[in-house]
Design a protein around this ligand. Structure first.
Ligand code: FES
Length: 278
């Protein structure tokens, strides 16, 4: 209880704010942790930064994204007419010849939005890049905290809609994986190292997508009695198993999608030929 003349916590610690207000105990030390709490956010920030740099380069490269029969997941579906000059076979030319930028930019907004608004990635980049907070029991340096109640962070609430888009994207990448069972002459019944790369990637993409917290709520939320909805309860249980590994799947699928793209890049740029199993 203050008398009105005593300094508040914020005044006692003028360089701090946020959680250092109100009823928090007046502890002079910034935090009491003695472990290497900074390691996890530092590694997270480095990993995310590496992916951002790589994906930005590839998205704007506008080349080496198709090596028969594989199309890079960064460029699929290829919706611009200009894709036809680089990808054999039909494209859905929803965007005509007027689209002069990289076709990847048309489609990447959906998987990017899905990951940017993901509950796990939010925690990861809030901690890694904004130190908000940097770790458990370590006060954040910001003066104010408004959570996700104002623009632009209030847009995080549209995550569920990005989940719907992510389902469509995963379906398209599944189609691409089926097409990967052709050879370079488009004959069916073949398999190469690229097919394997695409298979691993699509399994991880689906596992990450279905482990989404929004997915878990969609299949099992807003029910009063699971006993009256046994099918939804079963589905909720399955999604729960994946959901418990959401962080792991977030990183594994991020790595696999980058590797699948890089594999196509290596083939398309002529670094080596796709080893064929049969
Ligand atoms: Fe991570 Fe939905 S919460 S993808």
């Amino acid at each position: 209880m203050t008398t009105g003349t005593e300094p508040t916590d914020t005044e006692s610690h003028p360089s701090s704010g946020g959680v250092r207000t109100g009823t928090r105990a007046a502890i002079a030390a910034p935090h009491l942790r003695t472990d290497r709490w900074w390691l996890a956010p530092a590694v997270t920030a480095a990993g995310l930064l590496a992916f951002v740099v790589y994906s930005t380069w590839r998205a704007f490269a506008d080349t080496y994204y198709y090596a028969a029969p594989y199309v890079s997941p960064f460029y699929s579906p290829c919706l611009a007419e200009r894709c036809q000059t680089m990808r054999a076979g039909p494209n859905a030319d929803l965007f005509g010849s007027w689209w002069a930028l990289s076709p990847a930019i048309i489609i990447l907004i959906f998987p990017l939005g899905f990951r940017l608004t993901c509950y796990y990635y939010r925690k990861a980049y809030y901690r890694g890049f904004w130190a908000s907070p940097p770790a458990c029991a370590v006060a954040e340096p910001h003066k104010k905290y408004s959570g996700e109640t104002r623009f632009p962070l209030i847009l995080q609430n549209i995550h569920r809609y990005f989940f719907y888009a992510a389902i469509v994207v995963a379906g398209i990448l599944t189609y691409d994986t089926v097409l990967a069972f052709r050879d370079e002459n488009y004959d069916w019944g073949h398999m190469g190292l690229g097919t394997l790369v695409f298979l691993v990637n699509i399994v991880l993409i689906w596992a990450y997508t279905l482990s989404c917290h929004s997915c878990r709520h969609i299949v099992g939320g807003r029910l009063k009695h699971f006993s009256k909805h046994p099918v939804r309860y079963r589905m909720w249980s399955w999604v729960g198993v994946l959901n418990a590994r959401h962080m792991l799947l977030a990183w594994a699928s991020l790595l696999s999608v980058a590797l699948a793209d890089f594999y196509v890049y290596l083939l398309a740029s002529g670094v080596f030929d796709d080893p064929r199993f049969f």
